[in-house]
Every structure is written in structure tokens, then in C-alpha cells.
Design a protein around this ligand. Structure first.
Ligand code: VG1
Ligand code: CO
Length: 546
């Protein structure tokens, strides 16, 4: 057994997107493709030499192969110790938790999150830094730059390690600790939430349905909800992670988690659950449902911010909140009333890290079914579900009552996202360029019932490290606060995906019961008028509406 230096050649296109490098599995299966990217990480982060690295993924196809490859490369690159999840499985928030708990220098997350898996699906890899969060752009860009010239990588000639049994192993001079994937994370959740109150809620006969979508959240949800909190066996459905997620799309929204929605809306017989939830491929997203009721992610964040003190881990209050730019302003209304800061960041969790580290914000969220807090540096699906459970348990109210009362107090921000997937990349880029050209003249114009107050290409100056991120989405803000936002996805692997985000504020409770798409009809028409979506993409309708 010895260190081996393997000659390689750069691959084009290894620039990480919104959340790491995501490509088709077949792209990753090319000779040295994964190795090049991993070596670029070791080259850019020399501190890993002699240090501890955390490693795990969402269990999708290629996860096991990649874990073995990375273990051997870590040994060859002088890493002292790797903490790897049993069977190679760690949810994204669990990686973040473990990096922080064991003071690791970094972590490698193997996931393409909500993208489908299997041999024809997607794979992904992401580097997290020592605060437990995704590497900031400075580092992801350096990794990318390194991949453009890389011509060799180091590995270790050794047999594959048995990662299915918890225990301590060695690979050359490197120690490998195979961890129970759930234990550390479950311990953190028990610190943050009132498990006794939630146990009592279940013991009183309340029922929930958690759809793990055959992805990484299954073992976490089963252990915490069923084993620790006394929810009946079977509360967690699709709880075993499968390499292809059972052929389904592990994206917790009403379109892809339609079976869960049907259960909560009585379309599978009578509704037995008071609470429904789902999570995505790597367990960092969450969808929250009540009986006959869907909570939008933006509202979920606002409700959390308004009720934080009722939850065990947040009784001291919250320092501030942050949301990604396309996320609705529902949380802004809460922050304003509470007199706390509210930050608006570009899309992607990496932009919350500095604010969380500096203690400026406690809760943050994105419209894309992501919510989290300063307990880790990733969004956290199971955490969000436990937050809601804790809230239901201590208030004794239903999900619907909590949200409707919230709207009465703060007004309702109607919200929807229209995705146009797998577009021709040139057409999508042209559409964005067409929008950019209109920006200088939009302010002051009347569009339908709205007048444009501000139109720009969102740029973010990080208040902590001063870094600037430009071209983060076109926003058209109306004088009444309504907004239309356009962005191209940074996580897709098939052509381009256009996301159109629509938001309208209605303060009068009499207007709160209108169907969302009806409430947003005027803005949907404006989006089409500004972007010429039909003509430019050839699409009559969005692929996915959430
Ligand atoms: C999407 C979401 C974004 C989220 C990102 C990663 O990015 O819009 O809010 O942070 O996915 O989520 P994009 O660039 O495709 O819009 V996950 O669950 O993939 O880690
Ligand atoms: Co995810």
C-alpha cells in the first residue's frame, strides 16, 4: 500500500453552482472527473493536511464509489482523520453539525439534493468549511480555477474500506471513524426542542405523516420521530434511502410530494394526520402541511420568526433574520414589528454563513423549501419539522390556525414560483439579457394595476467580509411592495431553468382566501409581458408551479 500520483487532464465546466458541482452521474463516471475536483479541494485547502475531514452523502447512486475514492485521496493528501457516515450516509445538515461538533477543518457533501438520482440521474459534490457551512464563493472559485489546470492527483493504493460497520479503521496513516449517521444530529435536536412536549402531543393521539421521499432524511426522521418522540411506527413513509429514490423526484413541494398532499387533503380516504412534512434528497429542505392546508416556505420562515420564543432553543429571542432575495417579504414584516434586523441575500445558503457566524441573524430561509438557524450552517429539513411540531405542541393550535392568525396580524404575502425547466441555454440567456436591457427605463412605468418602483439586477455586498456578488437575479418591485423576480437556476444539469418568482401583499383579511394563482394573475401577466417567455422559450406554461 502506497501513495500513487496519477496523471490527469483538466475537464471544462467544473465550476460549482448555487450549491456545489452538480452533473449527470455519467459525467462524474468519466475517468478522473471526480478525482480532479477532489484534488482541487485538497490543493486549495492545504489546512486539511494533518486535520479532520467529515465525509458523507445522501445515499444516491455513486455515493459509495465516491466515498471510497475520496477516502483514498484523503489518505494520500495527508488528512489525519476522516469522520464518515455509516454506509456513506450523512444528511447535509448532519455534515454541518458534525464539522462543528468535532472541530473539523472541513467536510465533503456528496449530493445533488432535490435532483433525481440513479445511473441516469444527477450526482454532486460540495465542500463545506470549518463553520459547517458551504464554502464561500472565494473558495469555490479558487477550486474551480484549480480544476482548469490540474494535471495530476494523489491517491492511495488500498482495498476498499468497510464503511457499513460503525467503528475505527486506518488507511495508511489516516484514521477513519465510521459514525452512526444520526446520533450526533439527534443529540443536537434534543437540545433545541422540547421533546417532552412533543412526546405528549403524540401521546394525546395527534398524528403526523413524514414523507422522506426515499432519501437521506429517512433514518433521521425514523430515529427522532418514531424512536425518541413516540410517534407510531409508520409515521415516516418512504423512510429507507434508495440509490435512485425509488425513481421519484426527491423535491418536497406540492408537485413532487403530491402523494403527501393528497393524504393531508383527504384524497386517500379520510385525513388522519394533523401535520404533514416532507424533505428532499439530502434532507436540508422541508415542506410543512396541515390538514387541508399547505404552508409556503416564505410563510413558514415568518411564522418561525414570530414565534421563536415559544421554542426551547430560542427562548432568549432572535438576533435578526435573513432571507434570500426571491423569498417573500413575510419575514420582513415580522422583523419590522420586532425591531430586529432583516437581511436580503442572494440565493444559496452560503450567503447566510457570515451573518450567522457574526451573530447578526438567528433564523434564515429561502422560498425553495429551506429554513434553518444558527444551530448549524446549512438549511435543515428535520430541524424545521421539529420546530413546527414543538410549536404545535406548546400552542395546542393547528397548522392552519397558526398561519391564518399570522396573516391577520401581519397581512398575507401571496407567493408562487413558476419554473421553466430544461430550456435552450442560449434562449434563456437571451431572455435574461432582454430583461436587463429594460432595467434602466422600468422605474415609474405603469404595468397593469401596478407602478414600478424599482427595477434592478440584484447585487449583494456582504456586510461582514465586504465581498460583492453581482447579477443575482432581476427584480421588479412595485410601489405596493409586490414583486416579480427572474433568475436562472444554478443547480440544474439539463439546459437552463428559468425561475419566475411572484409575490403580492394583501393586508385586508377579507382578501386572504383567494386562490394564490388568482391573487397573482396580474403579476403573472406582467412577467410574460416583460420577459416574453412564450415567444422566447416556446413554452406555453411553466413546467413546475409551486
Ligand atoms: C436552488 C434553490 C436555492 C437553493 C439551492 C440549493 O437553487 O432555488 O434556493 O439554495 O437550490 O438547494 P437554484 O440556483 O437552482 O435556484 V438544495 O436543497 O439543492 O441543497
Ligand atoms: Co437539498
Amino acid at each position: 500500500m502506497s501513495v500513487l500520483t496519477v496523471a490527469s487532464q483538466p475537464y471544462a465546466g467544473q465550476r460549482p453552482g448555487t450549491s456545489g458541482l452538480r452533473k449527470k452521474v455519467t459525467v462524474f463516471q468519466q475517468a478522473h472527473y471526480l478525482e480532479n475536483f477532489v484534488q482541487a479541494i485538497f490543493d486549495v485547502v492545504p489546512e486539511l493536511n494533518g486535520a479532520t475531514l467529515v465525509l458523507g452523502g445522501d445515499g444516491r447512486f455513486y455515493n459509495r464509489v465516491a466515498v471510497q475514492t475520496i477516502l483514498k485521496m484523503a489518505a494520500a493528501n495527508g488528512v489525519a482523520k476522516v469522520l464518515v457516515g455509516q454506509a456513506g450516509l450523512l444528511s447535509t445538515p448532519a455534515v454541518s453539525c458534525i464539522i462543528r461538533k468535532y472541530a473539523a477543518v472541513g467536510g465533503i457533501v456528496l449530493s445533488a439534493s432535490h435532483n433525481p438520482g440513479g445511473p441516469d440521474g444527477d450526482f454532486g459534490i460540495k465542500y463545506n468549511v470549518n463553520n459547517g457551512g458551504p464554502a464561500p464563493e472565494k473558495i469555490t472559485e479558487a477550486i474551480y480555477t484549480r480544476t482548469t489546470t490540474i494535471n495530476q492527483y494523489k491517491t492511495y493504493t488500498a482495498a476498499d474500506l468497510d464503511i457499513d460497520v460503525v467503528g475505527e479503521y486506518t488507511l495508511g496513516n489516516m484514521q477513519v471513524v465510521v459514525l452512526d449517521s444520526v446520533a450526533d444530529y439527534a443529540e443536537l435536536m434534543a437540545d433545541l426542542f422540547d421533546f417532552d412536549a412533543i412526546r405528549a402531543w403524540f401521546a394525546a393521539g395527534h398524528q403526523m405523516r413524514f414523507d422522506a421521499m426515499s432519501a437521506a432524511s429517512g433514518p433521521y426522521a425514523k430515529r427522532i420521530l418514531e424512536d425518541l418522540l413516540g410517534a407510531p411506527q409508520g409515521t415516516v413513509v418512504n423512510g429507507i434511502p434508495l440509490p435512485d429514490f425509488g425513481g421519484l423526484h426527491p423535491d418536497p413541494n406540492p408537485v413532487y410530494a403530491d402523494d403527501l398532499v393528497a393524504h393531508l387533503f383527504g384524497e386517500r380516504g379520510s385525513v388522519v394526520s394533523d401535520f404533514g412534512a416532507a424533505s428532499d434528497g439530502d434532507a436540508d429542505r422541508n415542506m410543512i402541511l396541515g390538514r387541508h392546508f399547505i404552508v409556503t416556505p416564505s410563510d413558514s420562515l415568518a411564522v418561525m420568526a414570530a414565534n421563536a420564543e415559544k421554542i426551547k432553543g430560542y427562548t432568549r429571542g432572535i438576533a435578526g433574520v435573513a432571507r434570500s432575495m426571491p423569498t417573500s417579504c413575510a419575514v420582513d414584516a415580522v422583523a419590522k414589528k420586532r425591531g430586529i434586523a432583516c437581511f436580503e441575500t442572494p440565493t444559496g445558503w452560503k450567503f447566510f454563513g457570515n451573518l450567522l457566524d457574526a451573530g447578526q441573524v438567528t433564523l434564515c430561509g429561502e422560498e425553495s423549501y429551506g429554513t434553518g438557524s444558527d444551530h448549524v450552517r446549512e438549511k435543515d429539513g428535520v430541524w424545521a419539522v421539529l420546530f413546527w411540531l414543538n410549536l404545535l405542541a406548546v400552542t395546542g393550535q393547528s397548522v392552519q390556525t397558526i398561519v391564518q392568525q399570522h396573516w391577520q396580524e401581519y397581512g398575507r404575502h401571496f407567493y408562487s414560483r413558476h419554473d421553466y425547466e430544461a430550456l435552450d441555454t442560449l434562449a434563456a440567456n437571451d431572455l435574461m439579457a432582454h430583461l436587463r436591457r429594460q432595467l434602466p427605463t422600468l422605474a415609474g412605468q405603469t404595468l397593469g394595476e401596478f407602478t414600478v418602483q424599482l427595477a434592478d439586477d440584484f447585487a449583494y455586498d456582504d456586510p461582514i467580509d465586504g465581498s460583492r456578488s453581482e447579477q443575482q437575479g432581476i427584480r421588479v418591485v412595485m410601489t405596493d411592495g409586490s414583486r416579480v423576480v427572474f433568475r436562472l437556476s444554478g443547480t440544474g444539469t439539463d439546459g437552463a431553468t428559468l425561475r419566475v418568482y411572484l409575490e403580492k401583499f394583501v393586508s385586508d383579511p377579507a382578501g386572504h382566501t383567494v386562490p394564490t394563482q388568482t391573487a397573482l394573475a396580474g403579476l403573472i401577466a406582467i412577467a410574460e409581458q416583460l420577459a416574453q417567455i412564450k415567444a422566447r422559450t416556446g413554452r406555453e406554461a411553466a413546467t413546475v408551479v409551486t
